[in-house]
Design a protein around this ligand. Structure first.
Ligand code: SAH
Length: 266
């Protein structure tokens, strides 16, 4: 099921050390499993919210925390997508540090979730399949550059902090993993004016990535029309026959803001 448990304590320690987590940090761990990261996190951070969806695993971890007399872990047997990170940060009066060795099939969804909760999140150190990590950090002009690369690179500074070999997990996955550290930005230049529109522009552009931007964006729910499109391309200095993968993050921001301006003038 794409669930791979980390079985190497020194890797867990290394990930935690590289995160810079300290005794003041309030941490949320996504998918705590049997506690490979949870336990060392509990000795490095002030408080750990350990989120685990699977009830059987959560029960085992609960007993383990009791046996080890760990007092600063709040175990939550819930799906991460039902956890309100904003509410946790508000209660703790502090932005959160997120950790997770995520199952492969929820990694994109988790990123989108974290972007939505970015005001509550300072940093996220997450383990991905190597290929997924590569795609997220890839730049314009490459095949692997995607909607999510642009979104993530706009909202966060991304750093690759570690490569973790497949044999350090159980069951052993087919590919190695990589840890990405995301630091959510608080200042942007240029800044997106309308975040929903930004997401819609990326969806339109990358949804038909083989088409020219003009054609990709004409046939979508953006509802802008030929004339409008020519105007916004002109205004943002982007050539309409380019393809999504050749635009930089900044160009996507300018294009979004030009569309926003155009819609408001209508
Ligand atoms: N962090 C542990 C476990 C990794 S396996 C380790 O490194 O060893 C991934 C874990 O995420 C599993 O325990 C799985 O049950 C949990 N999980 C999967 N989907 C989840 C979700 N939507 N919300 C919370 N936990 C989830």
């Amino acid at each position: 099921m794409g669930q791979n448990f980390l079985i190497d304590p020194s890797t867990a320690e290394m990930i935690i050390r590289k995160s810079g987590v300290d005794k003041e940090a309030k941490v949320v761990e996504i998918g705590a499993g049997l506690g490979a990261l949870t336990l060392p996190l509990s000795s490095s951070a002030k408080l750990v919210y350990a989120i685990e969806k699977d009830e059987a695993l959560a029960n085992i971890l609960k007993d383990e925390l009791k046996i080890q007399k760990v007092k600063n872990v709040v175990l939550i047997n819930q799906d991460i997508f039902e956890v309100d990170l904003g509410a946790i940060a508000a209660r703790e009066r502090k932005k959160l540090m997120i950790f997770g060795n995520l199952p492969y099939y929820i990694s994109s969804q988790v990123l989108i979730y974290l972007i939505g909760a970015r005001q509550a999140v300072q940093q996220a150190d997450l383990m991905f399949q190597k290929e997924v990590a590569r795609r997220l950090v890839s730049g314009s002009g490459t095949k692997s550059y995607s909607r999510l690369s642009v979104l993530l690179q706009y909202y966060a500074e991304i750093r690759r902090t570690a490569t973790v070999s497949a044999h350090l997990f159980w069951p052993v996955p087919k590919v190695d993993s990589e840890v990405l550290q995301l630091r959510f930005k608080t200042e942007f230049s240029p800044a997106v004016q309308d975040h929903e529109l930004f997401a819609a522009v990326l969806k339109a552009a990358f949804g038909r990535r083989r088409k020219t931007l003009r054609n990709a964006m004409l046939s979508t729910e953006l509802n802008i029309g030929r004339d409008g499109l020519m105007e916004v391309f002109e205004e943002s200095g982007i050539e309409p026959w380019k393809r999504a993968e050749s635009l930089t993050v900044e160009q996507f921001v300018r294009l979004t803001n030009a569309i926003d301006g155009y819609m408001k003038r209508l």
